[in-house]
Design a protein around this ligand. Structure first.
Ligand SMILES: C[S@@+](CC[C@H](N)C(=O)[O-])C[C@H]1O[C@@H](n2cnc3c(N)ncnc32)[C@H](O)[C@@H]1O
Length: 277
């Protein structure tokens, strides 16, 4: 009897362990499914825009953050059982720190770059073949007809006060295709710990830090604006606080929550637009 048939017969007699049996019978398929991230096979665009603030001179860090985002995207899509991705919204795209990885993974997909910074959108159009969506602080002014299979929101909510979150969730919900997946990041328990232990001030004025910590402890949400602005800064939220926002949407199924999963720093939450049964 050929080796494979012998193994098949063996595992047939242990239906309880069928997943284990399947794994051992299909080692290549298994490794593809669960160890899908093969760095050596990737051909990631190496051009970094001069104006990209996300690049602080450390290429390993810059590309590591993009790679980590893609890992989270792939795991989330897998958990959501989302097999086909033909349209992607990267909001905010910046200068494509993550988009270069999305482009490599989904070469056929249409990718839309949305940013307040016009030059960043233009860079993504020229470099990654993205479709432009010039953002506006008032989301009502954004004209978008498309629906997306995947919406990646890397480090947007991390800069917004709590009253700014719901309009974005509404927008993403509206523009997610049926069975589409929204993946966004938040500052959570790792970030508050770093702030409490004075490891990093995240660029907010020192005198505002105690209030951020205090509000976080009391309500699950803390925020302070950067100097010279009142609508952009640093937010920190507990998982429970973020989930309560999501629960307002009855057709969002949370498929992943992982603390500091993005670059060992920001929390990652993924939800699929589908009717809860
Ligand atoms: C921390 S950066 C992250 C950029 C990108 N996701 C990345 O990982 O490189 C946050 C970005 O959000 C953009 N942003 C803030 N508010 C926005 C809005 N309402 N619409 C679009 N982009 C916005 C800022 O211009 C900034 O580039």
């Amino acid at each position: 009897m050929p080796k494979a048939s012998r193994r098949k017969k063996l595992f047939k007699s242990f239906p309880k362990y069928s997943q284990v049996g399947w794994t051992l019978l299909h080692p290549i398929a298994f490794s593809k499914k669960y160890f899908f991230y093969d760095k050596s096979k990737r051909d990631i665009c190496q051009i970094i825009a001069e104006k990209d603030d996300m690049y602080a001179g450390d290429k390993n860090n810059y590309f590591g953050v993009g790679e980590s985002a893609l890992k989270n995207v792939l795991i989330s899509l897998d958990l959501a059982n989302k097999k086909k991705v033909t349209s992607i919204l990267d909001f905010p795209s910046g200068y494509g720190r993550v988009m270069r990885y999305l482009r490599d993974e989904f070469p056929e997909a249409g990718i839309t770059a949305c940013e307040l910074e016009k030059d960043a959108v233009d860079f993504c159009v020229e470099t990654f073949g993205a479709k432009a969506l010039y953002s506006d602080k008032n989301l009502d002014n954004l004209e978008v007809d498309d629906k997306f299979d995947l919406i990646w929101v890397g480090s947007l909510f991390t800069h917004l006060d709590k009253h700014q979150w719901p309009p974005f969730f509404d927008f993403f919900y509206e523009h997610l295709a049926e069975n589409g997946v929204l993946i966004f990041t938040t500052h959570g328990r790792r970030v508050i710990k770093r702030m409490v232990e004075k490891i990093y001030d995240y660029g907010i004025p020192k005198e505002k830090i105690p209030t951020v910590i205090d509000n976080y402890k009391k309500t699950g949400f803390g925020y302070a604006s950067y100097p010279h602005t009142d609508d952009y800064g640093i937010s920190i939220s507990t998982p429970a606080w973020a989930f309560a926002e999501l629960e307002k949407y009855k057709d969002f199924r949370i498929v992943l929550f992982s603390e500091h999963a993005w670059d060992n720093h920001q929390d990652v939450i993924a939800c699929k637009k589908e009717q809860l049964r």
